[in-house]
Design a protein around this ligand. Structure first.
Ligand code: PA5
Length: 401
């Protein structure tokens, strides 16, 4: 599924195995396990929910429209774009930008669509307004042959769904939005999009077994968490995901939310950034290598690309070279890794065997566990988002003025 390499995080010489062992990670580990065992937080329990039959009626629509914000949509996008980067019957309305939303609504035939309205609170402004845009269009149709599905626990949207007898799925209360991709929030729309959700859960469960390991060197979530924690303490508080698989771009967006919203509290926090290799070697690499030394890089690579071929070309000295096309991007990644390490920039590497459902389930779950461990290391509540809630309240006030 995936492997994790951390040798370059030690090679640059700023932290050692001894430093790692000095961190009280055993306490972080047992605190998180206690929270998961006692149901204080439920993101582990949901990967063991085997009842996927409940999604069976959600198949067979030409288009899948998903409306939601933040944790209610980013995980779905991360998995969908990784698994099916070249399909285009998916429409994600994840903002209130009129040009984006209205151009999607112009294009999509609602009669041929299953439309998901996803909001745990049921009161998020953007989601509510985007639903009303859809509602207005549906009301104008003579008869609506598509399907509306609500994934919500309450608020205005749940009342709307109940009033109109729409399908409703709920989200376990102890699973916060950004940890909810393995609930109906992610699984229902992914199922409609043809993604094998049982394999996603299988990948997450395999990773869960690995993350139960108390030996930090055998537990990538714990180890990556401690490495990022130690570098943060040394002033390297910007965590860059540099993916050499472009279809992981939306995984990067999900990562930014998970890290930013979970750990950015009480003056703590790591700033997550996303870069795409090899493109960003021609832009941001200058900053990463030669600029302020405040970053730790996570390379994301694939052992096997789903499309590949033999190529032949001539180099600048007219010498013939033949190789696989994927050897080019692999060499670029390796070269960047060596150069960064030589310049004292710590980096780790996650290698996915192939981009598929199992690997994506494992990857997202690994990060959920990592952030859970990191919340314990910083002694903060990784599962709330008071600052986000504060803005939501102010915005409701402004809109009503
Ligand atoms: O992680 C979170 O809790 C947030 O990002 C929410 O997912 C986001 O604000 C949307 O909230 P809701 O699902 O209530 O519409």
């Amino acid at each position: 599924m995936l492997s994790y390499d951390y040798e370059n995080a030690l090679k640059v010489g700023e932290i050692s195995l001894e430093d790692i062992n000095k961190v009280d990670f055993a306490n972080a580990y047992s605190n998180l396990m206690e929270k998961l065992d006692n149901g204080v937080v439920g993101f582990r329990d949901v990967i063991y929910d085997e009842n996927l039959d409940k999604y069976k009626s959600l198949n067979g629509y030409e288009n899948v429209v998903v409306i939601g914000m933040g944790g209610s949509i980013l995980g779905t996008m991360a998995i969908y774009y990784a698994i099916s980067p070249f399909n285009n019957n998916a429409y994600f309305i994840d903002n209130s930008d009129p040009e984006k939303t209205l151009s999607i609504l112009k294009k999509v035939d609602l009669n041929e669509s299953i439309i998901y309205i996803i909001s745990k609170s049921g009161n998020t402004l953007e989601t509510l307004v985007n639903y009303y845009l859809i509602k207005k269009r549906i009301e104008k149709l003579n008869s609506f042959k598509g399907k509306l599905v609500f994934i919500t626990n309450g608020g205005k949207l749940k009342r709307e769904a109940e009033k109109n007898n729409y399908d409703i799925f709920s989200i376990p209360e102890n699973v916060p939005g950004r940890f909810s991709v393995f609930t109906a929030v992610g699984l229902a729309p992914l199922y409609s999009l043809g993604v094998d959700i049982s394999k996603i859960l299988e990948g997450a469960r395999e990773m869960d077994k690995i993350c139960q390991n108390e030996d930090i060197l055998k537990n990538p979530a714990l180890l990556n968490g401690v490495i990022h924690y130690l570098y943060d303490k040394r002033g390297k508080d910007i965590s860059v995901i540099m993916s050499y698989v472009e279809s992981l771009k939306y995984f990067g967006d999900w990562y930014k939310q998970l890290i930013g919203e979970s750990l950015g509290k009480n003056k703590h926090g790591i700033t997550p950034l996303l870069s795409i290799g090899a493109k960003d070697q021609h832009s941001l690499l200058q900053l990463y290598m030669d600029g302020k030394k405040d970053k730790i890089i996570t390379f994301m690579v694939a052992k096997k690309y789903r499309l590949d071929e033999e190529i032949e070309f001539e180099d600048i000295n007219d010498e013939k070279i033949s190789c696989r096309y994927s050897d080019i991007i692999r060499s670029q990644q390796k070269a960047t890794e060596i150069a960064l390490t030589n310049n004292g920039v710590p980096n780790v590497r996650i290698t996915l065997d192939e981009i598929n459902e199992m690997a994506m389930g494992a990857l997202l779950y690994m990060y959920e566990m990592q952030v859970g461990f990191m919340g314990e290391l910083y002694n903060i509540n990784a599962y709330n988002q008071p600052a986000v809630e504060e803005e939501k309240k102010i915005c409701w006030r402004l809109i009503k003025q």
